[in-house]
Design a protein. Structure first.
Length: 269
């Protein structure tokens, strides 16, 4: 039934403006360059919704409800080299957001890699260890950034968002160029620099060809297996605005999923 008195042309215009306004609220979050949604539900391929950096899963993984479930022993995803992630550069800006639920969060013996790019000399990593999630990056050549390894608490069997940001960095270590964010809040703003090309391979759920942890461990491959679920990992070659990181890009809703909708990607789902 059509209520002309209530649905006036003016009201329609107002509704359209409201709609445009809510869309405009997402302007601060551009589409990622690479986005793994883990929504396949079958097979061994993890597709990139945007940049076509597709990965291959191996080990005892399973598919969940829009997630991939990692067994903490053998499940991992390997991604090929890509100019969007590691073979070009230097990367003066980068944001990586990972949405994950650990199921062995308090393990203090094994680092559990959620996301690994690069290797011992240059790279970044997000991992769970001893009740915390770490987000780290380093560039141990060219201008000698030893790296920063901030962390935030995580709870077992709960969904979390963790992110790192390299923001307007140069070929030198400067204050405030490396940030960690977790669950809607900035955890740390630390010295950092740009990431030069880092040819060692990218992994999810395990270390794929070397990484660096807070204790300098991390040499090798097919190790540091994550136990839990991953809902999404997205990579931007821009530094997301703090407002975007705080309000949306790293806020996990009570049901456990990311509250954000970035641009065309999620509106098309
Ligand atoms: Ca490589
Ligand atoms: Ca690696
Ligand atoms: Ca997902």
């Amino acid at each position: 039934m059509f209520y002309r008195s209530k649905w006036s042309p003016l009201a329609a215009v107002a509704a359209a403006l409201l709609w445009a306004g809510s869309a405009a609220a997402g302007v601060g979050i551009p589409d990622p360059d690479v986005s793994w949604l883990f929504d396949e539900g079958e097979g061994d391929m993890v597709g990139d919704s945007i940049g076509e950096v597709h990965g291959t899963a191996s080990g005892d993984y399973a598919w969940g409800n829009g997630t991939m479930i990692f067994d903490g022993v053998s499940a991992g995803v390997k991604f090929p080299d890509s100019p969007l992630i590691n073979t070009t550069g230097p990367f003066m800006n980068r944001t990586v957001v990972a949405i994950f639920k650990p199921t062995d969060a308090n393990n203090s013996e094994t680092k559990q890699v959620v996301f690994d790019e690069g290797g011992r000399t240059r790279g970044a990593v997000i991992y769970v260890f001893d009740g915390h999630v770490y987000a780290a990056a380093w560039n141990r050549a060219e201008y000698q950034w030893a790296g920063e390894f901030p962390m935030a608490p995580v709870r077992n069997n709960q969904w979390h968002a963790a992110a790192f940001v390299i923001r307007d960095a140069i070929n030198a270590v400067e204050d405030g160029r490396f940030e960690m964010w977790a669950d809607g809040e900035m955890v740390a703003s630390l010295p950092g620099g740009q990431l030069f090309a880092h040819g060692d391979d990218t992994g999810v759920g395990h270390t794929n060809q070397n990484t660096v942890f807070h204790d300098d461990d991390g040499t090798g491959t097919n190790r540091d297996y994550f136990a839990g679920e991953i809902d999404e990992i997205s990579v931007w070659n821009v530094a997301l605005l703090p407002e975007a990181l705080m309000q949306r890009a790293t806020s996990v809703d009570p049901a456990g999923k990311l509250a954000l909708q970035w641009g065309s990607l999620k509106s098309d789902r």
